[in-house]
Each structure stands twice: as structure tokens, then as C-alpha cells.
Design a protein around this ligand. Structure first.
Ligand SMILES: *Cc1c(COP(=O)(O)O)cnc(C)c1O
Ligand SMILES: [Zn+2]
Length: 467
């Protein structure tokens, strides 16, 4: 079916090739660059003002209005309503957190909890859009490579896609290394065929591309431009929670850089449409053990530069990475990535939103994670990079203490329960042994379980108010 409003467009302004939405592409057919979904805004039914979306709140029995992604459908209108695959994603929460405010030194800091999605991470925002496009093109099988959350999300949507149009079959490729148990368990439980490759994420990524091409499977990795359309809505919900007021900063962990890219596009489009008057700034936070973006941005000085970025320098960086056998290594497994697939899109987002990039150590990540947990809605390690990064950027004077900051909390606390229990319950040599692959030495924010004999007097003594 022909869609009049949306099309695919190469992100390179020099190329600018366009393709219909009914094509399944992972790159521009002309130059190999990344693709965007573009819209003919004259025909799209974009609202006059963002508050018009509030009308959808009273129509929650309609699944497209219930979804925190599809209630903004006018801003990602690439499919007809009956093609939408939704499982009620995007019922997420923006909350000020006093502990995080004290820790980062920013008075006005809110956390956007994307771990509250059905599969426990922000990936559901993108997966609902990706599955919808899979329906548009009539796919039967879908696949991804994943550090964990993408496979959890894909498996959940495949399981729930049963119905009039027939279930989409799911294949997920994971590395053999450090997938968190919580994430692996989801894919298995939801019935996805799970291929565990002896190798790293980047190996799994390479293989899934080959397999999809040869078996005609629909690929749902974050190179898929439709996924990013769904992820734009995280920003729409942030604005909605702030009464459509634009904050000063959006801070987000950077792995494959899909989220940061999507956020840049979201604000650029809202601004171009006249729906917001100003733009927030963007901060993308790498883990020190997976800091490709930070090194390219801050050491090599790579910029999007209106599309004329220095490709030679990027290629040289990767050549050296391979020559030195440098491999990503961080406790934040969701961002443990050597070659971020959306690098160039993220550079563009950084240009649009006057962005900054920094990195934080595993110790900073794990400590920030404990601080987030104190708010009663925890997170997995990767998510805490946004809080650790905010603290760093405040210390270095980039983020002002009076600015309004939103940190994206990308994944649920229960994804990596072992890490949490290890941090809180071990100490000294035991702690260092548990986290020996990472540079984690101590746990200043630990809430240690108190061991007691099964004896009432002893329990009462332990619980007596301390003076
Ligand atoms: C995927 C993921 C990230 C990284 O997001 P990108 O869009 O790949 O940069 C961060 N945190 C969590 C919990 C994730 O699942
Ligand atoms: Zn192109």
C-alpha cells in the first residue's frame, strides 16, 4: 500500500536519495549512508500546538491512544492505523529525584524512567515502530543482534503479534559474553529462537546482517530507521510531562547511538514545525570502556559539519582499534559497543542540539546507579551513565546548577539484579573479585544486608534505633 506522507531519505545532504516506505533497507542504495524517515509535513496532520495531543488522553480504550508512542502518530505517520503493532508501550514516568539532585549538584533534575516499558527498557518505543514497518512490508520473520534489551523487546513484540495477521517469528543473536541474565531470560521465556554466538556484540551484529540478507528476514537492529521514529516519542513524553516546556538539557547514555539520534530528530522536527520555540542541549555519555564517540568527538574533533564529516579520520580510528585489538569492556553491558552503528546520525544530532559528549568510569556508573535506586525506581548500570555524566558535566562547569536537566533512565533495575546485589552486599576483596573484569574498587553507597542468627533478641538489638 502506498503511503503518501512518509518516505525514506539518505541523511547525507550531498546524496539525498529517497526511497519509498515499502522498501526494506538498512542503508542508502546510492551511497551506503544511514537513512531517515522523512515526511511531507504539508500532508501530514501535524497538530497546531503540542497540547492538542492531550485530547488523546480521554480515548485510552483505543490502543493507538493508549500507547505512549502512537498517541503521537501524527509525528511518525508512516503506516496506516491497522498496521500498527502495539503492546501498550510508553506508559513511562518523568520524576524529580532529590537524591540525584544532591548527588549531581543540579537543583532541577528529573529522571525519565523508560524502564517502565513492557519489556523493561526504552527499546520498546522503537520496536513497536519497527514491527509496524515489518507489517507494512509483509515480513514473516524478524531478527536482531543484541547486547540484551533489543532481543528482549523483539521477543516480546513477536510473541504479542499473534492475531488476525499471523505471528511474526523471532530470531535473536546474542554474544556469548556478558548478556545480563534478566535479558536473556526474557527472550527464552517469550519463545524467541535464540542464537548464542561465540563472540562479541559486534560479531553477532555482522552475522545477523548476513543471515537476514540470505534468508530474507526483516532486520530490527538500530540501523533500522523506523525504530528511531518510535524513539522520538520519548522526547514528546518528556515535554508532555513538563507541560510542553523545553528543558535546558537532555542527558542520555550512548551505545549504538540510536536514542541520541532519535532525540535530535524529534526536537529538530518540532522546531521546524514551529511546535517548540527553543531547543534543549544534548549530552551523550559513553562508558570509559566503550568510548568511541567520546574519543572521536573530543580527541579527534570529529563533527557532523553539515554532512561533510571527516570520514578518513573515523576509518583510521577503527583501523587502529582493530590493530590494537581494543575491545569494549564495561559493566554497562547495554552500551558495551565498539562501533556505534548510528555514529553519523548522532554527530548530526549533536550539531542540531549544540551537544556535548563525555565519558564516565564503571565506578562512577555503579555509584550513580545506587543513587538512582534510592529514589525507589532503580535502573540497570548503563542507564546510570546519564546521572554519572550529569555529575561530571556539572563539576566541569558545562551544565549549570540552575539549569533544568532531564536524564534518560533507559532500562529497568531488575535487568541486572546480580550486579545490584553484588554492589550492596560485598565488600573489600570480595567486591573487587566479583567485579574483577571492571575497575570497581568500592561501594560507598552500599546498603548492606545485615546478617543475624535466627534469634529474636539479636534481631531486636539490630533494629534498635542507633543513637
Ligand atoms: C540499548 C541501550 C542503551 C544504548 O542506547 P543506544 O540507542 O544504542 O545508544 C542504553 N541503555 C540501555 C538500558 C539500553 O538497552
Ligand atoms: Zn545516500
Amino acid at each position: 500500500m502506498k503511503n503518501e506522507i512518509a518516505y525514506q531519505r539518505c541523511i547525507s545532504p550531498a546524496c539525498g536519495a529517497t526511497f519509498g516506505v515499502s522498501e526494506t533497507l538498512t542503508a542508502c542504495k546510492k551511497c551506503g549512508g544511514l537513512l531517515d524517515i522523512a515526511y511531507d509535513w504539508q500532508r501530514a496532520q501535524a497538530p497546531k500546538q503540542l497540547s492538542d495531543f492531550e485530547k488523546k488522553w480521554s480515548q485510552r480504550r483505543n490502543p493507538l491512544c493508549f500507547s505512549g508512542v502512537w498517541r503521537f502518530k501524527e509525528l511518525l505517520d508512516f503506516a496506516s492505523d491497522d498496521q500498527v503493532v502495539t503492546i501498550g508501550e510508553g506508559q513511562t514516568l518523568l520524576r524529580p529525584e532529590p537524591e540525584v539532585a544532591a548527588y549531581t549538584g543540579v537543583k532541577n533534575v528529573c529522571l525519565q524512567y523508560e524502564g517502565l516499558n513492557p519489556s523493561g527498557s526504552f527499546k520498546d518505543n522503537g520496536m513497536t515502530a519497527g514491527f509496524t514497518h515489518a507489517r507494512v512490508v509483509g515480513a514473516r520473520k524478524v531478527a536482531c543482534a543484541s547486547t540484551g534489551n533489543t532481543s528482549s523487546s523483539l521477543a516480546a513484540y513477536a510473541a504479542a503479534s499473534a492475531g488476525a495477521k499471523g505471528k511474526l517469528e523471532a530470531v535473536v543473536f546474542v554474544g556469548s559474553g556478558r548478556i545480563a541474565m534478566g535479558k536473556l531470560s526474557q527472550g527464552l521465556d517469550y519463545g524467541a529462537r535464540t542464537i548464542q554466538i561465540m563472540g562479541l556484540f559486534d560479531d553477532a551484529m555482522k552475522r545477523v546482517k548476513e543471515v537476514s540478507a540470505s534468508l530474507g528476514i526483516y532486520l530490527l537492529n538500530s540501523v533500522n530507521p523506523f525504530r528511531l521514529e518510535g524513539q522520538k516519542t520519548i522526547m514528546f513524553r518528556v515535554l508532555e510531562a513538563l507541560n510542553w516546556d523545553v528543558p535546558d538539557w537532555i542527558v542520555v547514555p550512548g551505545g549504538n547511538l540510536g536514542n541520541s539520534s532519535a532525540f535530535g530528530k524529534a526536537f529538530k522536527e518540532l522546531h521546524d514545525l514551529g511546535l517548540i520555540k527553543r531547543l534543549p542541549r544534548l549530552a551523550v555519555i559513553n562508558a570509559s570502556g566503550a568510548n568511541t564517540l567520546n574519543r572521536l568527538y573530543n580527541e579527534a574533533g570529529i563533527r557532523w559539519n553539515g554532512g561533510a564529516y571527516d570520514k578518513t579520520k573515523i576509518d583510521a580510528f577503527y583501523q587502529q582499534m582493530d590493530a590494537e585489538h581494543r575491545e569494549a569492556n564495561t559493566i554497562a553491558s547495554a552500551i558495551e559497543i565498539n562501533r556505534p552503528v548510528n555514529l553519523t546520525k548522532c554527530l548530526r544530532a549533536l550539531e542540531w542540539l549544540n551537544g556535548v559528549v563525555t565519558e564516565v568510569s564503571d565506578q562512577e556508573i555503579i555509584d550513580a546507579k545506587a543513587i538512582v535506586g534510592r529514589g525507589g525506581l532503580g535502573c540497570e548500570p548503563a542507564s546510570a551513565a546519564s546521572v554519572a555524566g550529569t555529575r561530571r558535566l556539572v563539576e566541569s562547569g558545562v551544565i549549570g546548577r540552575d539549569e533544568r536537566v532531564v536524564c534518560i533512565i533507559t532500562g529497568h533495575q531488575l535487568k541486572a539484579a546480580n550486579t545490584t546485589v553484588g554492589y550492596h552486599s560485598l565488600h573489600g576483596e570480595e567486591l573487587r573479585h566479583e567485579f574483577r573484569e571492571f575497575n570497581i574498587r568500592n561501594n560507598p553507597f552500599a546498603n548492606k544486608p545485615i546478617q543475624v542468627r535466627n534469634d529474636l533478641q539479636e534481631i531486636l538489638r539490630v533494629l534498635a534505633p542507633q543513637s
